[in-house]
Structure formats: C-alpha cells, structure tokens
Design a binder for this molecule. Structure first.
Ligand SMILES: C[S@@+](CC[C@H](N)C(=O)[O-])C[C@H]1O[C@@H](n2cnc3c(N)ncnc32)[C@H](O)[C@@H]1O
Length: 306
C-alpha cells in the first residue's frame, strides 16, 4: 500500500533552534546534508532570503526531487562523500552544515520501502541506490553470529541472541510482516514499544552503513566549513549521538601537555568550540505535536578561527 498522499512528507524538528544556530553565520552557504522533505531548508530560505545559498544533499532520489521546486543546487548521494559532492557545485566554503540523521516520515510510511514493522512491505530498507545490500539479503544470508552482533550493536537489543536464532530458524523472509511476527514470538512480552523496533533499527543502520556515514560526514563537514562556521547535527538514537558528541569533544580539546610545562610541547590546538554544553531537545509542546521529535537530540559546534 502506498503512502496516503494527504499525509505530510516530513515535519522538521527543532527548526527554530536550527535557524538560531545558523543565523550568526549568515550571509553564506549552508549545506543541508539530509534534505528529506526540505523542511529545514525551506525555513532557512524564508528566514534569510538572498543572504543564504543552500546546497541540498540526500541519498534518496525521491527526496531530492523535491528540491527542484526551490531552485537550489541539489546533489544526490551519501554525505559520507560530502566534500566531493559540495565541490561538484561550488568552490565556496560553507558557513554551516546541517545534518538531520536517519529516515524521513515519508520513507518510513511508504510500505514499499520496507522500513517499518507497522506496514507490511518487502524487506528493503535502502535509503538510496548506493546502499550495498537490502535487509532481505542480511536477514536471509548472514550467519547467525553476525546477525546477533548487528542487532546487539546497532539495535542495543538485549534479546539479540534469541532473535538471531529465531531468524535463522525461520528464514527465508520476504516481508517486514513475516519478520516482525517471528521477532514478536521470539522475545518475552515487553512493557513498552514494539518487540521488533530495535531489530528493525539495527537492520536499517547496517543496510545503510549509517554509523560510518555519520563519522565520515562529520569529519568532512569540520574540514570544509569556514573558520567561524558551524556544524549542527540532530540525532535520533544514542549510537549516532555518541559519535557526534565524541567528535565534537575531541575537536574542542586543545593543549594536552601536563600542567606546569613552561611552553606547550604537544602543539595541539582546539579546532572546534562546542555550542551546546547540554544537548538540545525538543520542547514538550513540539513532542506533543510530532511524536517523531521525542528522541531528537541536537548538538552544534563552531570551527575555531585559525
Ligand atoms: C530525518 S530526514 C531529514 C528531514 C529534513 N531535515 C526535513 O526537514 O524534511 C533524513 C534524510 O536524510 C537522508 N539521509 C540519511 N542518511 C544519509 C546519508 N548518509 N547521505 C545522504 N542522505 C542521507 C534520508 O534519505 C532522509 O531523506
């Protein structure tokens, strides 16, 4: 079943906070590395008018097609290749790079994409054509130990061993419905949440190489932005948030010489200033209007002038 056309494509989260963090970098070039439904980009264009130029990136051709209406540069691909993609359209150094990780509501709600345990569809889960394999290939072909490892690591699922064993016993699988039924039968009843939620998250992260992409994308964003430029990243689960938090903290670490040395011997200088001492979370009012916002965590950092 295709998505209901009356449903909105994606409601952006923490929009005011994103605009507020990017405002001091204007005028300039903003790279929206996860264009999705374009909600953040639209708001930046409304707010800053001709003071902002936006380059939109998304792995998903369906999402990126929507950038055409806005008359902005749009590049399809994985933000793991951020530098190459941005330099294919401009020589200008960005003043800000925005990441809003994960999947859009439209992707999750489109049954044919196979992201959801709520809608029956093929076990696909690729965000875009660059993903090397589908969820069906992982579920039907990977050894049990490897399945258990990704479900534990990427899903933080305490029942990973049991679930991997049930998958191997019951495969092959073709649909999300078959898989979620087998998972539900394999694990003890839970107090909260769907029993397949963590396994589906794990498969999606593995299919799309999400953690590796976050690491590579952040690294390139830090190297590309102008001094004084900002990186704003919104995460939806602890694994990606940990990558952002640790990378920003490492970048903000200056001289590590033991105290008392008369001059610095390590030569290390901070490249970043963390702008969000505590991660920014959506207000209760935003969460009440948009359930997807409930797990969002925003962190931002500024590149220190050389
Ligand atoms: C949460 S949505 C972004 C929503 C968007 N900020 C908005 O306001 O509508 C995430 C989008 O990022 C894309 N995406 C996720 N990982 C990506 C990657 N490594 N490279 C490029 N795009 C990616 C997904 O295809 C999806 O469209």
């Amino acid at each position: 079943m295709a998505q209901d056309p009356r449903q909105e494509y994606h409601r952006p989260v923490l929009v005011d906070e994103v605009v507020g963090l990017i405002a001091p970098t204007m005028p300039g070039l903003v790279v929206d590395a996860t264009f999705g439904g374009g909600g953040h980009t639209r708001r930046l264009l409304e707010e800053f008018g001709d003071r902002v130029r936006v380059v939109a990136i998304d792995r998903d051709p369906d999402a990126l097609a929507r950038a055409a209406d806005l008359g902005i540069d749009a590049v399809q691909g994985n933000f793991a290749d951020l530098e190459e993609m941005v330099s294919s359209v401009t020589d200008e150094a960005p003043t800000a790079v925005l990441f809003d990780f994960g999947v859009s509501s439209h992707q999750v709600d489109t049954a044919e994409r196979g992201f959801s345990y709520r809608h029956d569809g093929p076990l696909d889960m690729r965000m875009g054509p660059d993903a090397p394999y589908t969820a069906a290939e992982i579920v039907n072909e990977w050894p049990e130990a490897e399945l258990a490892r990704i479900i534990r690591r990427y899903g933080e699922e305490p029942q990973a061993g049991r679930i991997a064993s049930a998958i191997v016993t019951n495969r092959p699988f073709e649909t999300t419905g078959q898989l979620s039924t087998v998972i539900a039968a394999a694990v003890p009843p839970r107090r909260a949440g769907h029993p397949a939620r963590r396994t589906f998250q794990a498969l999606r992260i593995a299919v799309n190489g999400e953690i590796e992409a976050v690491e590579a994308g952040l690294e390139q964003a830090i190297s590309m932005v102008r001094p004084g430029g900002r990186i704003v990243a919104i995460s939806y689960h602890s694994l990606e948030d940990r990558v952002v938090k640790q990378r920003f903290a490492r970048g903000a670490t200056g001289c590590v010489c033991p105290p008392g040395l008369p001059v610095c011997a390590c030569g290390r200088a901070a490249e970043l200033r963390v702008l969000t001492r505590k991660p920014v979370k959506p207000s209760p009012a935003e969460v009440a209007g948009n359930r997807r916002a409930r797990s969002a965590v925003l962190r931002a950092a500024e590149k220190v002038a050389a």
